[in-house]
Design a protein around this ligand. Structure first.
Ligand SMILES: [Zn+2]
Length: 241
């Protein structure tokens, strides 16, 4: 990853960098297909004389090319917004330009993460189109992290160096109002799986507790979000009883 792209203009893809990415071979192959306009997007199918509408099958608001499907579609943006990788979508015209910006501005680890997120976004798009399966942005990102985790376990990389250690102000727990529940959620990051837990209490200290494993999750915010989701499911079950 030492040979960074030198110019901000479109200069083509540095394939050497793609081949050197520390990602699964099928993800690397997917990146190659994406950057050579080989994905069967709606516009690409039309170009091949296939009679399909050009509109994105997920948002139905714009023609679907590689850049739209993987970056600018609202469905894709929901996933990118959960990451710290690429929050500036910019005014690029092609996926190639987007990729070159990524290569130029992000670390090798971020680029590898972006590659598996791209793969997961396309996988999700196909699941929706062909199987009618919808997943949340968190679930899609979790699968992306799981892919990266597989490789990390293989290579035994250090994983905790980038996690900021923040001092939290001490707060006293107070009882919730009558007929309310108060829920505290926390998460602990381990090599794999990470874990989360939640504790719900009412004014009379009647309490419920649960937790679970967050496979492939190394982001504390996402791990806590999974705990919150479990807590909401628990509340739903309590209301139905
Ligand atoms: Zn779309």
């Amino acid at each position: 990853m030492k040979n960074r792209v030198q110019s901000q203009a479109t200069v083509g893809v540095n394939w050497q960098q793609v081949w050197e990415l520390n990602i699964l071979a099928k993800v690397r192959n997917f990146i190659w297909r994406s950057l050579t306009n080989s994905l069967p997007t709606m516009k690409a199918l039309q170009h091949r004389q296939v009679e399909v509408p050009e509109w994105c099958p997920l948002c139905h608001s714009e023609p679907e090319d590689g850049l739209h499907a993987l970056v600018s579609c609202p469905a894709a943006r929901c996933i990118w917004c959960l990451t710290s990788i690429w929050k500036q979508y910019g005014s690029v015209d092609t996926l190639e330009d987007w990729w070159n910006n990524l290569i130029r501005t992000r670390t090798p680890s971020d680029i590898e993460m972006a590659a598996v997120v791209l793969w997961s976004i396309w996988h999700n798009r196909n699941e929706v189109v062909w199987n009618g399966k919808c997943r949340s942005a968190i679930q899609i990102l979790s699968s992306a992290l799981d892919f990266k985790s597989q490789l990390r376990l293989t290579n035994q990389r250090a994983i905790h160096s980038h996690i900021p250690q923040r001092q939290q102000p001490f707060q006293l727990w107070s009882r919730p109002p009558e007929s309310h529940l108060k829920c505290n959620v926390d998460a602990a990051l381990f090599l794999d799986p990470s874990s989360y837990g939640f504790w719900m209490r009412d004014k009379k200290f009647k309490w419920w507790r649960s937790g679970g494993n967050a496979w492939g999750i190394q982001n504390p915010t996402i791990a806590k979000a999974l705990g919150i989701r479990e807590a909401l499911c628990c509340i739903k079950d309590l209301r139905e009883k």
